[in-house]
Design a protein around this ligand. Structure first.
Ligand code: UDX
Ligand code: UDX
Length: 462
């Protein structure tokens, strides 16, 4: 089975960059990314892409118009494809059964219904979105019950492990590609067809093939383990602050044990992003559904600790500022959930800013990539009334403007540019005592003290 034409449903942070990479590496395959969001598709077809990722512009430019296309004509894109990636959103349900934990699969289901309606001949359907185990069964039964007699399908699971901010490097040189399929001859042929696409640039030994359920579950488990490491080190950050240890030094010391490894041990105000919390809650719900309350409770703690880390940071600020931030200007550096992305989904900055606004602080927020309207929108969604935002929120275009006249400054995203701030200038601009709360440990601790700041660095004891 040789794939000549691919379609991807969902032009988001995953679908867009992944398809751009496939198109760049496989010039013989036509790749069409389809999305119902007209604004998003227009942006993918313009010079200002809707997703900021280092290196993405070049990859898109190398293939767009040649074998990479972005369209809102979803039906035509499905009809023309031999293989269809489903990369639509799977948010946490906020209503009904499983609210707050289960994945909302309505977009996956509507994608399956549309594929069934439009398809003739044989097509391979690939789950790219992260979904609960056994979703492939649902997709298969919807396809079987709704398609014409001329249509046949194989369903594969091929979760994406890219991290935002490093998407291009992750896609170009992944640790592994995971493809799950059915043990039938048809299923195995479909697996082989997808393997041969990735084999255009990825060594075969890094392409793992498993059964469907192992593949679906592995994605949830990978994210749960990664998030668990962050909650583990964040729990230790509180202990370090209390005891005078330095969390970075502890992380380095334990990370040199090759069994533990050095990555994902950076303490922070908490993990954010569209995946970690959603996927753990999904795992929690899955365990509840299979009557495994001990397992679900174990993983739930990872999210609890993450929430606690964010609120204890806000408490630290309020306590240090003599127990009131009412009317006080606080410079906030960084709003994205991590550096090198314009994405703010589940950003810990949202909760920190929300809680400071509830204390009636005056926030002056600077982020190099997140547009003012997104910050505004996120805080409204977080429950801050428009009126409070109008009086208590200022979006600044550089860190110095944010710091001018501020009682305190807090770093919430680890943007590289914060590492080289002119601290003397910041100090001069701020009210005294000039408080700094370095939630991402990006500022040089010794230099802060030397400049006269009253400085707190997350994870570092006095
Ligand atoms: C998505 C999933 O949320 C995640 O679970 C999975 O691991 C990868 O795909 P992401 O690409 O970051 O992640 O999501 P998002 O940026 O929201 O993109 C989804 C796109 O699908 C949106 O552009 C949306 O407009 C589109 N969509 C959604 C459709 O085209 N049709 C639909 O029915 C629903
Ligand atoms: C994650 C997974 O890494 C990726 O494999 C999966 O496909 C999607 O979810 P992403 O959310 O894009 O990727 O970014 P990641 O680099 O994992 O960071 C997630 C959050 O954890 C960020 O808020 C980041 O600041 C935080 N983090 C990460 C820490 O606080 N400490 C660390 O050591 C690492």
């Amino acid at each position: 089975m040789k794939i000549k034409s691919i379609c991807c449903l969902g032009a988001g942070y995953v679908g867009g960059p992944t398809m751009a990479m496939i198109a760049a590496k496989c010039p013989d395959i036509q790749v069409t990314v389809a999305d119902m969001n007209v604004k998003r598709i227009d942006a993918w077809n313009s010079d200002v892409l809707p997703v900021y990722e280092p290196g993405l512009d070049e990859v898109v430019a190398s293939a767009r118009g040649r074998n990479l296309h972005f369209t809102t004509d979803i039906r035509a894109a499905i009809a023309a494809a031999d293989l269809i990636f489903v990369s639509v959103g799977t948010p946490t349900k906020d209503y009904g059964i499983g609210a707050g934990r289960a994945a909302d699969l309505r977009y996956i289901e509507s994608a399956a219904r549309l594929i069934a309606e439009v398809s003739h001949g044989h097509k391979i359907i690939v789950e790219k979105s992260t979904i609960p185990v056994k979703t492939a069964i649902a997709i298969k039964s919807i396809l079987a019950a709704n398609s014409s007699s001329t249509a046949t399908f194989d369903v594969l699971s091929n979760p994406e492990f890219l991290a935002e901010g490093t998407a291009i490097a992750d896609l170009e040189n992944p640790d592994r590609i995971l493809i799950g399929g059915e043990p039938t001859p048809g299923g195995q042929a479909a697996v082989e067809a997808l393997v041969s696409i990735y084999a255009n640039w990825i060594p075969r030994e890094r392409i793992l093939t498993t059964n469907l359920w192992s593949s679906e579950l592995s994605k949830l488990v990978a994210n749960a383990f990664l998030a668990q490491r962050i909650s583990s080190i964040n729990s230790i950050s509180a202990l370090c602050e209390a005891t005078g240890a330095d969390c970075d030094e502890v992380a380095r010391a334990i990370g040199m044990d090759s069994r533990i490894g050095p990555k994902f041990l950076k303490s922070s105000i908490g993990f954010g992003g569209s995946c970690f919390q959603k996927d753990i809650l999904n795992l929690v719900y899955l365990c509840e559904s299979f009557n495994l309350p001990h397992v679900s409770e174990y993983w739930r703690q990872v999210v609890h600790l993450n929430d606690w880390q964010k609120s204890r940071f806000v408490e630290k600020i309020v306590r240090s500022l003599f127990n009131t931030v009412n009317g006080k200007r606080i410079a906030i550096l960084g709003f994205a959930f991590k550096k090198d992305t314009n994405d703010t989904r589940e950003s810990p900055a949202i909760q920190v800013c929300r809680d400071l606004l509830r204390e009636h602080a005056q926030l002056a927020i600077y982020d190099p990539r997140v547009p003012a309207e997104v910050i505004h929108h996120d805080l409204i969604q977080a429950g801050i009334p428009e009126k409070l935002l109008a009086s208590n929120l200022e979006i600044c275009t550089d860190p110095y403007a944010a710091a001018a006249g501020a009682h305190a400054l807090a770093t919430l995203t680890e943007w590289d540019e914060f590492r080289s701030l002119d601290l003397a200038r910041i100090y001069d601009l701020m009210l005294k005592p000039a408080f700094v709360f370095d939630g991402r440990a990006v500022l040089p601790t010794a230099a802060l003290k030397a400049h006269g700041f009253d400085a707190f660095t997350l994870g570092k004891g006095e």
